[in-house]
Design a binder for this molecule. Structure first.
Ligand code: DHB
Ligand code: MG
Length: 211
């Protein structure tokens, strides 16, 4: 976590909690899955809900489903008017857990969990999307960024998770962090897009098309 834990707790306490069934998914994920730090959590989850709400998003693409929490957070901002979320997961065990969590939620009809490598699955996906959330394996982020940019709606947003790597982007020591630090530099110099790097949880980059 980048922010002071007391500040993070205070911010979470003053943020509307996500629905009860999502708190149960978070608790189950933390108890039963390896790497529960991959869960985006209440604060970033509520932020994703605000994005789909503000965008009036009707079509969302996610790379990296994990236990389904972030897809459900995005679905909760899309309201009862419906919409579609396609979410891609490479790990069969995670895909199965996500499908189970999503099937038991009020948003089961909106979310399509596709199993496989994201770049392979993207070949079968058609844009435009109002929101694209990239949260899969870090070394492939540059390829995901390039593949997803053409899939964005004119006023769509791309969001990329973990772009601060707990602060390690300042001094990258592993391959995933090096790739993300380079991608931050590349996006900052990319005339096609306007970006903001938010120090929310583990660093969330938002991108929209320039001009
Ligand atoms: C890792 C991946 C994530 O997407 C995340 O949010 C946190 C950690 C990881 O691979 O360690
Ligand atoms: Mg992540």
């Amino acid at each position: 976590m980048i922010t002071d834990p007391d500040i993070e707790r205070y911010a979470t306490e003053h943020t509307s909690p996500l629905p009860d069934f999502m708190a149960a998914i978070a608790a189950d994920t933390r108890e039963h899955l390896q790497a529960p730090e991959m869960l985006i959590g209440e604060l970033a989850g509520r932020f994703l809900e605000f994005l789909t709400f503000a965008l009036r998003a009707r079509r969302v693409l996610e790379l990296g489903t994990y236990s389904g929490y972030s897809a459900l957070a995005m679905a909760s901002g899309m309201g009862s008017g419906g919409g579609e979320i396609i979410t891609c997961e490479r790990d069969p065990e995670h895909a199965a857990i996500a499908r189970r969590n999503i099937a038991a939620s009020p948003f089961a009809d909106m979310i399509d969990v596709r199993e496989g490598a994201a770049l392979d699955l993207l070949a079968g996906v058609e844009g435009p999307f109002d929101l694209i959330f990239i949260d899969a394996d870090k070394p492939s982020y540059p390829a995901y960024f390039e593949a997803c940019l053409p899939l964005l709606a004119d006023r769509g947003l791309m969001a990329l998770d973990n772009m601060l790597r707990e602060g390690d982007v300042l001094h990258p020591a592993d391959e995933g962090t090096r790739v993300l630090a380079e991608l931050n530099d590349q996006i900052a110099a990319d005339p096609r897009v306007v970006q903001i790097l938010l120090p929310l949880r583990d660093g969330l980059v938002l991108v929209h098309r320039a001009g």
